[in-house]
Write a protein that binds this ligand. Structure first.
Ligand SMILES: Cc1cc2nc3c(=O)[nH]c(=O)nc-3n(C[C@H](O)[C@H](O)[C@H](O)COP(=O)(O)OP(=O)(O)OC[C@H]3O[C@@H](n4cnc5c(N)ncnc54)[C@H](O)[C@@H]3O)c2cc1C
Length: 402
C-alpha cells in the first residue's frame, strides 16, 4: 500500500477579501497549480482562485488521466517532458498520493504512412529527450498480449511507437494536491463564485466582477477551460479558440489487467486501465463546436466499435458510465499562455483535450511569468502573438489520443 494512502486532505476555506495581488479565474488544475507555484516558489500568497462551482468540476476532474510527452514539434516535446518530470515528483513534493503510475504508451499504426509518422516522432522525441521507440507488431503484442494484430481482420497492426515514460495519475487527486498546497500557504480558494465581468480602469483590467461582488486585483489570470472566450469577451479580446465537447466512458472491471496505455493513431481512440480495474476509453472531440455537456449514444457506439477491433476483450465488458467535458481548442492545437493584449489580463488556455498532462509545467511557468514579469523561454513559443506573427505551432497529429 502506498505510504500516502492514509493522509487526509486539509482544505482551509476563507471569506473573500475585496482585493488581492493576483486573482485566478478557474479552480481547475491549471488555476490551482499556478497559485501553488506562485506561493511555494515565489512567496506570493495574496491570491484568490475564484471558482464558479467546486474545484475540479471542469475538465480537470473529467479527463482520462493520460500523461505523455510524445508530441510532434520540439517546443511541445520539451514542454510536456518538463511536465512529465514534475508529475514524477509531485507526490513527494506535496505529500499527497495522486496515484501516479508509469505505464508506457503504445500508439498503433495500421499503414505505412502512419509508420512513417511514428518513425519521425521517435526521432524527434529522442532528440528532445523523450523516450519513444519503434516496435514491430510482434514486439507490440509482447508488450500488450491482449492486442489482436489482425485488427479484427480489418485493421491489421503494422507496428507501433512505444512512449516509455507515459503515465497516468488520478485526476481529482492532482487538483486536491495543488489546492491543499496552495491553501497551506494562505491562498484563498472561493468556490461557488462565478466571474461574470471584469473590472477596468481605462485600458487596464483591475479585477473581476463576481456574483458575490467585485474583487480587485493587481493581475488577473483566466484559467477557465472551455469558457475562455466568455472571459476574453469581457476584455474585448478575441482568441483563436473554439469550444468543443469531448466524451469518454468506463467499463466494469477487467481482472486480467491491461498494463499499457493503448492508443490508435488512425482509428483515433485510446484506452487505459484505472486503479480500480475499470477500462477508461476515449476518442476524438465532437466536430460541432458547442458548450453542451450532453453525452451521446452515437459516440459510445462508434468508439466502442473502433477500439474493439484491436482489443477484442473489451467487447465482453459492460459500459458503466459516460460523461462529457467542454474543451478550449486553439487554431493550431497548441496551448496559449501569457499576455492577452489587455493590460492586467493573462490567459492559460488552448488546453483542449490534452491539458491534464500539462498542469504542473503550465502552472510552474505561468507562476514564473507572473512573479518575474518575464516570459520563461519554454513559454515563449506558446504566446498569443504567435498567430499575428505567423508562427503557429501546428501539431494536430499529436493530440488525437489525448
Ligand atoms: C473526457 C476528457 C478526457 C480528457 N483526457 C485527457 C487526458 O487523458 N490527458 C490530458 O492531458 N488531458 C485530457 N483532457 C483535457 C484536460 O482535462 C484539460 O485540458 C485540463 O483539465 C484543463 O484544465 P484547466 O484547469 O485549464 O480547465 P478546467 O479543469 O476545465 O477548469 C476550469 C475551471 O474554471 C471554472 N470556470 C469556468 N468559468 C468560470 C467563471 N466564469 N468564473 C469562475 N470559474 C469559472 C470551471 O468551473 C472549472 O472548474 C481530457 C478532457 C476531457 C473532457
Amino acid at each position: 500500500m502506498n505510504e500516502f494512502v492514509e493522509t487526509l486532505l486539509e482544505l482551509k476555506w476563507h471569506e473573500p477579501k475585496s482585493s488581492y495581488d493576483v486573482v485566478i479565474i478557474g479552480g481547475g488544475g491549471h488555476g490551482l497549480a499556478t497559485a501553488y507555484y506562485l506561493a511555494t516558489r515565489y512567496g506570493i500568497t495574496d491570491i484568490a482562485v475564484v471558482e464558479a462551482n467546486y474545484i475540479g468540476s471542469g475538465n480537470s476532474g473529467r479527463n482520462t488521466t493520460i500523461i505523455r510527452a510524445n508530441y510532434g514539434i520540439p517546443e511541445s516535446v520539451r514542454f510536456y517532458r518538463h511536465s512529465l518530470e514534475l508529475y514524477e515528483t509531485l507526490e513527494e513534493e506535496t505529500g499527497c498520493w495522486i496515484m501516479h503510475s508509469t505505464k508506457g504508451l503504445l500508439w498503433l499504426a495500421h499503414t505505412e504512412t502512419a509508420m512513417r509518422s511514428e518513425r519521425a516522432r521517435c526521432l524527434l522525441n529522442t532528440a528532445c529527450g523523450a523516450e519513444t521507440v519503434m516496435v514491430t507488431a510482434s514486439e507490440a503484442k509482447a508488450l500488450c498480449p491482449q492486442l489482436d494484430l489482425s485488427g479484427g481482420g480489418r485493421y491489421p497492426v503494422v507496428g507501433a511507437s512505444h512512449h516509455v515514460g507515459a503515465a497516468s495519475a488520478r485526476h481529482d487527486r492532482v487538483v486536491w494536491a495543488y489546492a491543499q498546497g496552495a491553501m497551506r500557504e494562505g491562498v484563498h480558494v472561493l468556490q461557488n463564485t462565478r466571474v461574470n465581468g471584469l473590472l477596468r480602469e481605462g485600458d487596464r483590467i483591475t479585477g473581476v466582477q463576481t456574483a458575490n461582488g467585485p474583487i480587485s486585483a493587481g493581475i488577473v489570470l483566466s484559467a477557465v477551460g472551455g469558457n475562455v472566450t466568455t472571459i476574453a469577451n469581457y476584455a474585448d479580446v478575441r482568441l483563436p479558440v473554439r469550444t468543443h465537447p469531448l466524451q469518454a466512458f468506463v467499463t466494469n472491471g477487467y481482472a486480467q489487467g491491461l498494463d499499457k496505455i493503448v492508443g490508435d493513431t488512425e482509428l483515433l481512440c485510446y484506452v487505459s486501465q484505472t486503479a480500480r480495474g475499470q477500462m477508461l476509453i476515449g476518442a476524438e472531440f465532437d466536430r460541432q463546436p458547442s458548450y453542451s455537456k450532453q453525452s451521446t449514444f452515437d459516440f459510445l457506439q462508434t468508439c466502442s466499435s473502433k477500439i474493439g477491433h484491436v482489443l477484442p476483450f473489451l467487447k465482453n465488458l459492460r459500459i458503466l458510465r459516460q460523461w462529457t467535458g467542454i474543451c478550449d481548442i486553439s487554431a493550431d492545437f497548441s496551448p496559449i499562455m501569457g499576455p492577452t493584449g489587455a493590460d492586467g489580463l493573462l490567459v492559460t488556455t488552448g488546453w483542449g483535450t490534452w491539458g491534464f498532462k500539462a498542469i504542473p509545467a503550465g502552472g510552474a511557468l505561468m507562476a514564473e511569468l507572473i512573479a518575474t514579469g518575464k516570459t520563461p523561454d519554454m513559454l515563449k513559443p506558446f504566446s498569443l502573438d504567435r498567430f499575428a506573427s505567423d508562427h503557429p505551432l501546428a501539431d494536430q497529429g499529436s493530440t488525437g489520443t489525448r
